[in-house]
Design a protein around this ligand. Structure first.
Ligand SMILES: Nc1ncnc2c1ncn2[C@@H]1O[C@H](COP(=O)(O)OP(=O)(O)OP(=O)(O)O)[C@@H](O)[C@H]1O
Ligand SMILES: [Mg+2]
Length: 506
């Protein structure tokens, strides 16, 4: 048996009327990876915030190597060797990679001056260790989401923590980036570092963990050695029932082409000399569901953002039915029936200062204007329906958006776009951060809407999600379409091979 390095004893946490943790005993084992599983809103991040000093427990205590401890803030936890990789990235976009890594604990040299050269060198080494050789002086805002996540990981590693908490570290990483992270995790545990790992990619978490703990509704309901658990055990304990991700709705109702993308070209935002999307043509008919699979950096996000009008096309056309959308703003495209659920909900999807309800109805406000008066009753009804449809777990429509768990915020972003009553919906990694139950509900809802004529185009880097509700799978690699499959007649292996990814057996 490994030794317990950090222990939470009978920890509770109350936020107003919400009891997020109800008396949790949790152990972190020395040199091991302990995975914490649970549905959206189960209390995983709350528990991790308490272990790392971000939040304080309402009651209960912590013990570090057998000695009672209290952390008033993250600095105190960090001084005792505990560091956290946040689920919601906590980087400052306008600062460089180096500044972000060393913010608040600058390396100082002679006369107390910041030693930028030393910081730059260490940043470079950390990024190389993570096999993402980004120049330390690059501004974080110029990095794609996955790279930002790697900077967040680098910052946590730079502390040389003995206990490292990883709250969804891989949600924006590609399969090969995840492999690199796993290599780093194995090195760390070999040198005695203890890790707590949280991920909604369950297979991935099983692969890296030694010990599994399941949290349901603020209480620990099961724990076991990883050798003794499988997917069914985890899912069963998380939610008490099994799930599948659905199957494609009938093809009988396919209508006319709803979205036609012809020879789209989009510049690479980090290097305008390069094309992130290079001549991509896709047609989606009313009632059809098309999945775009590819690695991070394949150009999927850039393509969807250009179609939605967030970034310019440098070549090609986008037709909504027969109508060329060139020159239309994002809002005008939404009005015309074309909406995007973006990848990065923190930056693009939500207004953090507004309530859950307001965020849900924001994009569809136009439809509540009767004359010049906003119909509050209609708005309220729509908000209630969306909270139900996408199963947002919230204290109520008036709750601040920041009080929702990460996955529930993601559901609000999806609900907000569905509320605009689109003809074509684009979803960039819609399942990022949402639990398996919510994932199957969201996919079920999309399938239902497709049956009524909605055209759906979604991107994913989880191959299992392509072989669920999609009729057709398009594989992108390096800005081009590298293959196209009828979803009914293809396999995971074929899809992964076409993306340039070796089929890793999990
Ligand atoms: N600052 C806050 N104010 C009010 N309620 C909060 C706050 N932070 C979390 N909660 C509530 O506590 C509960 C647990 O949330 P937590 O973020 O720990 O869930 P989680 O298990 O990490 O979920 P996810 O998988 O979606 O990240 C939820 O009901 C959430 O709404
Ligand atoms: Mg969380």
């Amino acid at each position: 048996m490994s030794e317990v390095v950090l222990r939470a004893q009978n920890v509770t946490k109350r936020y107003g009327g919400t009891q997020a943790l109800k008396g949790v005993d949790f152990e972190v084992l020395e040199g091991k990876v302990t995975s914490l599983f649970g549905e959206n809103g189960a209390g995983k991040s709350t528990l991790m915030k308490i272990l790392s000093g971000i939040e304080q427990p309402t009651s209960g205590s912590l013990e570090l190597r057998g000695e009672p401890v209290e952390f008033a803030n993250t600095v105190e936890a960090r001084d005792r060797g505990i560091s956290i990789i946040h689920q919601e990235l906590s980087l400052s976009p306008n600062l460089s990679v180096r500044d972000n890594i060393f913010m608040g604990r600058e390396i100082t040299g002679k006369a107390g001056m910041v030693d930028y050269a030393a910081e730059r060198q260490l940043s470079k080494e950390l990024m190389e260790r993570l096999e993402e050789p980004i120049d330390p002086d690059t501004k974080v805002a110029d990095l794609r989401l996955g790279q930002q996540q790697i900077v967040e990981i680098a910052r946590a590693l730079s502390v040389n923590a003995r206990i490292l908490i990883m709250d969804e570290p891989t949600s924006a990483l590609s399969a090969s980036e995840v492999e690199v992270l796993f290599k780093v995790i194995r090195d760390l545990t070999a040198s005695g570092v203890s890790i707590v790992y949280i991920s909604h990619h369950l297979e991935e978490a099983i692969e890296i963990s030694d010990h599994a703990v399941v949290l349901r509704d603020g209480s620990i309901v099961a724990q076991a050695e990883i050798a003794d658990v499988d997917l069914d055990w985890i899912v069963g304990n998380m939610v008490g029932r099994g799930f599948d991700l659905g199957s494609p709705p009938s093809r009988e109702h396919f209508g006319r082409p709803a979205l036609t993308i012809q020879q789209a070209m989009v510049a690479d935002p980090t290097n305008p000399e390069r094309l992130a999307v290079n001549g991509v043509s896709i047609e989606v008919r009313a009632g059809e569901i098309v999945c775009i699979y590819g690695l991070m950096g394949a150009g999927r996000t850039e393509l969807l953002e250009a179609v939605a009008g967030r970034v310019p096309l440098v070549g090609g056309t986008v037709l909504l039915q027969d109508f060329d959308v060139e020159g239309l703003t994002i809002a005008e495209r939404i009005e015309a029936g074309l909406g995007l659920v973006p990848e990065d909900r923190q930056r693009d999807g939500l207004v953090q200062t507004m309530s859950v309800g307001r965020n849900l109805s924001l994009a569809s406000l136009g439809s509540f204007l009767k004359g010049l008066v906003l119909s509050r009753a209609d708005e309220k009804q729509l908000i209630q329906q969306m909270i139900r449809d996408v199963r947002v777990k919230t204290a109520g429509p008036g709750a601040p958006i920041g009080s929702l768990s990460g996955g529930n915020q993601q559901k609000v972003v999806i609900g907000k776009m569905l509320a605009t009553n689109p003809k074509v919906i684009l979803l960039d990694e819609p399942s990022r951060g949402i639990d398996i139950g919510a994932k199957s509900e969201v996919f079920g809802l999309l399938a239902e809407l497709a049956e009524k004529g909605l055209a759906v185009l979604y991107s994913t880097s989880e191959v299992g999600e392509c072989l669920s509700i999609a009729h057709r799978v398009i594989v992108m690699s390096k800005g081009r379409i590298s293959a196209e499959f009828d979803a009914a007649q293809t396999t995971k292996e074929q899809i992964m091979a076409a993306s340039g990814e070796a089929a890793v057996a999990l």
